[in-house]
Design a protein around this ligand. Sequence first.
Ligand code: SF4
Length: 387
Amino acid sequence: MSSYYENFIAETENNISAKANDMSKGGLSTAYDNSIYADQRLSKKHLGFALKQNVEELDHLLTSFDNKWQPLNGKKYWFTNYDDLLRGLRTIVWDKNVKSYFIDDKNSYLWSEIGLLSFLKREKVKENEEWPNIQFFEVNKIIADTNQFLILGNENTIKRLNNNVINVFVVGIEQVLKNIDVAELYIKIKKEQRDAEGGRLFPIFYTPSSQNRDILFILDNMRSNVMQYPKQRKALACLHCGRCNEVCPVFQCTGDKAYDNIFSGPIANILLPHLETIDDYKFVSYACTMCGNCEKVCPVSLSLRDMIMENRKFFLEKGHLSFGEKQRVKKLHKTLQNRKKLNKVAILKSLKMRKMTTKELRHSRKLTKFEKQSFNQQYIKKLKETN
Ligand code: SF4
């Protein structure tokens, strides 16, 4: 690796720790003392708090970012969905006679979400790493108060950004951060993740310019629909690190196939019904055993179980369950609140369980086997034995 990049990384790392130590003087961190940033656990806690706060203030942050955008900062377009975004992109491809492209970090889920590769194929735009007419970058975060883009790129990203070609930057509306302090904390946590994977992180704060023909595409794609739900919208603070998938017992059995979507795992159990349609995706909110493994590993301390429960409650209250499903929920609710019923002999409970489940469910999996005695009965027995 060249010394330029070595210096760049060292400088970035020094800058992060220097700024982090200085953060207690800034607006966000007044409630915390300096040493918090030396402690990874507390850093995560603070980042989680800051990102959830960002989601709460998203309207304000987006407006502030929009108002500050200068002509100098290149062009900026808002799109409600990926079809609109691709139509906007087609106009650029046709107007500028674009024949070749380069994509920074091809594996990003954002490119799959908008279907970029298939679009470019349809438009007969060819990949050309050396001499592209257009380059695509995923913006990881936008910093509202400075109008900068934070890009977590690779060794080549900086060089690429200096190319005098059309640069298209794409970002989801939820990725706006209040200020640079939160961005640096975010880098710190991402860096820890990258280190654990054995890779290196190249954080770049980029100020767009019209001379470089920079174009920003801001994508909603139903994220504002999630914003309607005060409890579930916190899920938009997710870093998409994938750690919850690794520890989720359901995901480990089903993999991502069951989701048939670019989002999968615990976070998808909350977001998908709102990003897609409730009737098509409500089933994912029930694909959770409430074990809580995801919450233990989540770097931003998302209360995933609470949000999943909120979804279930919402589906029931807003009539998204069929008559049969509603009846089953009611019966289960009654049973779980009745000590006598819970203490019935195991065979009666198994019969009840069979009655409450659908044929499809009984065919696709083994139903729970009940212990001879309930936990309550075993506890009372133990107490009697010890006295
Ligand atoms: S652990 Fe899951 S919910 Fe938490 S940030 Fe990572 S992907 Fe998102």
